[in-house]
Design a protein around this ligand. Sequence first.
Ligand code: GLA
Ligand code: ZN
Length: 676
Amino acid sequence: MINEKLPKIWYGGDYNPEQWEADTWAEDDRLFKLAGIDVATINVFSWALTQPSEEAYDFALLDETIDRLHANGVSVCLATGTGAHPAWMAKRHPEVTRVDYHGRKRKFGGRHNSCPNSPVYRHYARLLAGKLAERYKDHPGLLIWHVSNEYGGYCYCDNCAAAFRVWLERRYGSLEELNRAWNTRFWGHTFYDWDEIVPPNELSEEWGGSNTNFQGISLDYRRFQSASLLDCYKLEYDAIKAHTPHVPVTTNLMGLYPQLDYFEWAKHLDVVSWDNYPSLTTPVSLTAMTHDLMRGLKQGQPFMLMEQTPSQQNWQAYNSLKRPGVMRLWSYQAVARGADTVLFFQLRRSIGACEKYHGAVIEHVGHEHTRVFREAAALGTELGALSDRLLDARSAARVAIVFDWENRWAIELSSGPSVALNYVDEVHKYYDALFRLRIPVDMVGVEADLSGYDIVIAPVLYMVKPGFAAKAETFTAAGGTFVTTFFSGIVNERDIVTLGGYPGELRRLLGIWAEEIDALMPEQRNRIVVKGEQGALQGTYECGILCDLIHAEGAEVVAEYGDDFYQGMPAVTVNRFGRGEAWYVATSPDAAFLRDFLGRLAAGKGLEPLVRASEGVEATVRVKEGKRYLFLLNHLPEAATVEGVAEGVDLLTGETVSGALAVPGRGVAIVAQTNA
Ligand code: GLA
Ligand code: ZN
């Protein structure tokens, strides 16, 4: 449990009373009660108020807010407020502002704008976190700490450059080793002194955000900046833990956010929390995948849905309203995939600046007679009734998909073979097929223990880190089914090519050699022609983006290319390895292929779809103490029939269900079953 003080699904969200006159607060208390809200995330952007000058601190308003909330039955997710430094700090210590990708020195403005390697920023952020922890350590309303906010962005200032050199020296030991790692004899880049090394941005090696002349340098800068921001988090974490060792600490992550290696970050979070902002057109399976990824960061431990909007955004291009029922539906989608909290940004809608058109539980009209409030209050009642039943329930997935941020960086930074290759899209294709088959998936990192899974899929594992190939071999030899794809096994963690034939370290396991890689033009397709019958997998499918030209070296050829000069060469292979098998999908296939291919693999492992239902119904499971909670989420506006439901009780209606079940449009069922 995240904190036993509140043994239910936490309900509430970001609350900024400091933006309001005191006469609204009593009304907030009343409305929170009416909506079943029991958690408020406070102090998120209050640094300028809690520290009005370099010498002075002022916690009067915070004291009052925490006391008031507590007296009204609302506990706090207490932020340290260091996500935006005060203006006085930027004026007195210009080093706290960042230098951007274009090499421009920033002035005060915005947020998330502090240089992570500024000693001044670090000093005052740590000091503030410690003061807050010391002050509120015994407050009965304190539930959890929220460090800073949505860490992100990179800095390219001189402080960062100096810290980068220190980081490199620690990583490589010597300039000789660094020159080797980055292959600096290319384009005459040999470094003879550490301070010849400068951050890679538009003034040096990079352009357009993800183009670089030197992948090694750019990759290391991403690692370094991610680690620098993480160091800032850790400084605050330690300052807090010195006073409240037993209160959990988190910082809100952003799902598929590209710039930080969240698997590294999660090691230092007591509980993962994240902010979920899909748009009307975001595929529901992408949101599902992101929840699963956030759950996977800490090996399946439940996470917090820290933010979602009750109704609309302000920062998307087209800020659609969440249709009636959708807020509830998406809240349960988070819970279904491992969230033990449902929190909003924001509880009361602000009156000025850029978030005044961002949805809130309490809208500008100020009362409870709105659609959004009614829906929020209804959900509050429901979550209250669920009590602690779902807390700490785990996933029961037998299939894992590997996701790795460094691999993602390396693919994005790669010059060639194709701009059309997008790592997240490729991973999502595999996920989406399993989602549609209603076969649960865990998203795991490359450090994960694979031994508990039946099937492990590592799409586009371009970068193979030390130890991974051996782990995949052990997993397969013990009977597992391993799948990887085109453009895998190409480089090591330095982005240096593994010589002797692709897919490098994975070649033995896969029993193939990829001789060449063809990049297809945007409209160009090839075909995957299956040889004979492979269960559901048969006939012809389309493929594109990249086609590896491979030779079987022991692997059985399951399908061949249908066109071009490599017609008849293998497109899909399987290699028996020990008691298991290792599959190679040499190209980016269409959805029909993945449905049939993954259906075939799952059937081979005895993995059945959770239920049968029409398109649009999401199904997943959480398990706990001999119980199995089957979540059925209907994403379409019309009712859907779900079949093959084992007997159980729907927690939301109290009704016993068995066999077939009708789920209303945008409706949800949570069927509690005995876990056989
Ligand atoms: C992020 C931030 C919040 C707020 C919301 C708006 O998630 O953490 O402070 O700006 O976006 O969607
Ligand atoms: Zn900097």
